[in-house]
Design a protein around this ligand. Sequence first.
Ligand SMILES: [Zn+2]
Length: 605
Amino acid sequence: MKKNTLYLPRPTAPFLAVLCCLALSLPAMGDSAATELLKARTAEFRKDVVQVADNVYTFTGHSVQPVSMIVGTDGLVIVDTGIDRASAQGVLAEMRNITALPVKAIILTHGHGDHTGGLPVFAAEGSPAIWARDNFGEENDAFASAGLTVNRQRGARQGGFLLPPEKRINNGVARAYYPKRGGEVFSSDESIKPTDRLTDKRKSIEYAGLKLDLVSINGETKDALYVWYSDQRVLFSGDNFYKSWPNLYPIRGAAYRDVQAWADSVDEMLQENPDRLVPGHTRPVLEKGLVIEMLTNYRDAIRFVFNKTIEGMNKGMTPDELVDYVKLPQEYADKDCLREYYGNVEWAVRSIFAGTLGWFDGNPTTLFSLPPAEEAAKMADLAGGADALATQARKALANGEAQWCAQLCDHLIALSPESGEAKLLKAEALENLAENLVTATGRNYYLTVAQELRAAMKGAKSPSAVVERAQTQEEREEANKQAAMAFFQLLMGDLNYEAARDYTAEYIQHDPLIGDGFDASAKALQTYPHWKNREPSKVDFKLVVADGDLVTFQTHTETTTSDGSRVRRAVVHTFRFNDQGKIAEHWTVVGTADPEKSVSKHPLF
Ligand SMILES: [Zn+2]
């Protein structure tokens, strides 16, 4: 079996019969087993109202995270709020079909934005107490204080936010969703803060006649808690449990997630002896036997991987050796709730190594490794030249060795960073790896980087090439339109400044905030307060028109105001192209996208 890929047997007839009942999840011809498995998973994320107990409801499928409502005597308690305001409005409408009572308390299981983005919507349904841990939002604070921003780009790759819907099956523990949260993908919504902080290990709170225990835990984040509603024996686990191998290491990057503490927290949940379990993602579990079985397997499988990794480390193994040494035993691997839909066992093994011993793998050869370009030059020498190396890379892909192909492509790209062929070949290898990986986060990451490599290629070559091919006025206008949109997506959407530059000549800038030329634009976008915290996103193009050498389009753009809030602006851009098909002049007109801010109640468009 190849590393990093999951090859599964073809599905059995009964399995296919189940699949065929799910119109959305129909496998396409030629799908790999991993792809079919991930497609079948989408049923887990359907929109639904699940009555978990007499007075407990969980609303699934609106965003990426189920929102729960507990109905008390004269009010409601909400557990987690979903990813954004739009999806929270959908949940609220469903809630109001059941009860008109006001919201008395909101409990946030941790500070990740996918659980907190809908907070303003539920907070407006009363004057609720908002409970969270005392260190709420610590993960994002740590990124910010280090000055890290690359985690946003990696997060968008892992989430698949830049992929078109047809390439994004789901997120493994959630449906594919394109959040509109003012660009804040992984942080908490700052507009409303918790009013009450859990400082103790355990605390009982009471609202609307409902007694709930909040219990501090560590694991996915250090600011996590679970909620125990003992009267109905319902446990709300937050993200330390969902139906998938846990994301003990997120490939977007994070400080070490304490794997032992994570397993211990599952053990604590088990000690409550719950009848019903509402996970942080995926559907509630309503059978007591299943609740106990899932929590037990979860705890034991995590502990197995931790202990086996430590055992291998004590034998002197490096991370590359450990990922072959530590295999999840079949008794766990067969369980659907431990399948690697979201997290991956190999990444957990590497994380345990790095989290406990740090980056040095113990082999002194790696203390001062050769820089990539030097190693690549020596590899090319060994192969008989760069062309021979490229031939080997193509051969590897043809032989189904996509991982080896990608590794050889890295050498080729290090040798000549401008090499378009190596980039396209690597993109193909990554797409191949994605197709055979069930872990949605890794799959999205592969596909997004492949897309970036292809876009970079387009950026380097296509604008002038397309214009050269365009003979008629109409073809030329169409080529300019495509180039203007591609440029703007790279610049404002993908934050890929290098690729965007290739679409421009030395251009005249009419935006009053920015100087002439591409460098001034790129600098402004990375430093001005209202732009600099952007995350990669898909640009929402409205009307696009071309006339002669001019292209004009409308977009809605989100920016940050001086008080830190986000506003949507309607912006008209006009570009003039030169004879070589490069951007030579740029104008903007900015208005409001908020109908409430205009007298006519119409936005600019
Ligand atoms: Zn989550």
